[in-house]
Design a protein. Structure first.
Length: 367
């Protein structure tokens, strides 16, 4: 039996390798006349936010979902589809190129997914690779990450609502279906994260928050690993999202801090009075450095995973030979499987450390 399984696995591996050889060879042959492959540009294109959701085909002229652009300018609110950029004129200015808007987007230019107003001559001006001198309107666009935020939030809401409705309809019975999958996870967050790190008196009121951030981060991490719609967005690898989540933890910690907590901040026990002018600022800074570490940890780990996978795939096109697929594809596949573990681990760590910080804020004084 083991021999049959090994033979099957070997045949499957060889088949995947041959398919990779075919596609990489086709890619190489059709792009020989194109400009040299830029690894950094390709990776940043996939990691950064965008005003479109690319589905398949070449970067220009492929199939995409074009998202709404919403700009606040001196002339009022401007709303139009991002297709008016991607289907507009591509203007080259030395080493820089940008999209010049057409139709409703006329008068605007998009450079590296950032939108600027064109000057009176209809141009953007550059200085050391950055736009210089052009007005940047306030951008409230529904970008790829914003759309992924809506999708991830909707998934979490529907799953939680479905479980709640199941128990309301059936009572305290053995769970089935989706509830059977969700119940152990919910109990784990409640007992092993909330109850274990927040005192018995206060932990229940923080369970909804901890459940929300755990499932929100986990599901969006998983969505980011799916290479096709509705996945492929790098939501939890966006510093703005991790900043917001860390700020929520900070607010809950500060608002719920009791007399004992603030007493340890402004009058650390056992510290000589002569050292208080040094210790108090350190304790105050510590209030902010803890959520800051939360923010950076989630952002860096998720972004690094995407970068490593893309870098491994890029080896095929850097070396311009399909044989590199035999090395880079299995390695990229291994890292992708590892990222499934990282997706759950980062959600767990964020919820766990949030519970620790909140638990320290509501801890009662020991007598």
């Amino acid at each position: 039996m083991f021999t049959k399984m090994s033979s099957f696995s070997l045949h499957r591996f060889l088949l995947i390798t041959c398919v990779c050889f075919f596609f990489t060879n086709a890619f190489s042959s059709t792009n020989k006349e194109e400009k040299e492959f830029n690894v950094g540009e390709m990776i940043m294109h996939h990691v950064k936010d965008a005003h479109e959701w690319h589905l398949w085909g070449p970067e220009h002229g492929g199939t995409s979902i074009y998202l709404p652009v919403i700009l606040k300018t001196e002339d009022g609110l401007k709303m139009f589809s991002s297709s008016h950029f991607y289907h507009g004129e591509i203007v080259h200015d030395g080493d820089n190129h940008y999209y010049k808007g057409s139709g409703p987007a006329e008068g605007f230019g998009m450079f590296h997914e950032k939108i600027y107003e064109l000057d009176s001559h209809g141009k953007l001006h550059f200085d050391n690779g950055h736009v210089h001198g052009n007005v940047k309107p306030m951008d409230f666009s529904i970008t790829k990450n914003v759309t992924s935020l809506f999708i991830g939030s909707l998934i979490v809401f529907l799953m939680m609502f479905s479980c709640a409705r199941y128990y309301k309809r059936n009572g305290a019975v053995a769970p089935k279906g989706l509830a059977k999958f969700m119940e152990p996870l919910i109990v784990f967050v409640q007992d092993e994260i909330a109850k274990s790190h927040i005192n018995e008196k206060n932990y229940k009121r923080f369970v909804p928050y901890l459940l929300t951030i755990f499932f929100f981060i986990w599901f969006n991490n998983l969505l980011g690993l799916i290479p096709i719609f509705p996945g492929s967005a790098n939501l939890t690898g966006n510093i703005s999202i991790t900043l917001f989540l860390a700020t929520l933890t900070l607010i809950l910690t500060v608002v719920n801090g009791n007399k004992n907590y603030w007493g340890h901040i402004f009058a650390p026990p056992g510290v000589p009075k002569a050292l208080l002018p040094i210790m108090i600022p350190i304790e105050i800074v510590g209030i902010f450095t803890k959520p800051f570490a939360l923010m950076i940890r989630l952002f860096a780990n998720i972004t690094a995973g995407h970068i490593v996978i893309l870098a491994l795939i890029s080896l095929i096109f850097i070396n311009k030979h399909e044989a590199w697929g035999a090395l880079s594809v299995p390695m990229a596949l291994f890292i992708s499987v590892l990222e499934l573990l990282v997706a759950a681990l980062q959600a767990y760590l964020f919820a766990l450390l949030s519970a620790l910080f909140i638990g320290a804020a509501v801890e009662e004084a020991h007598h």
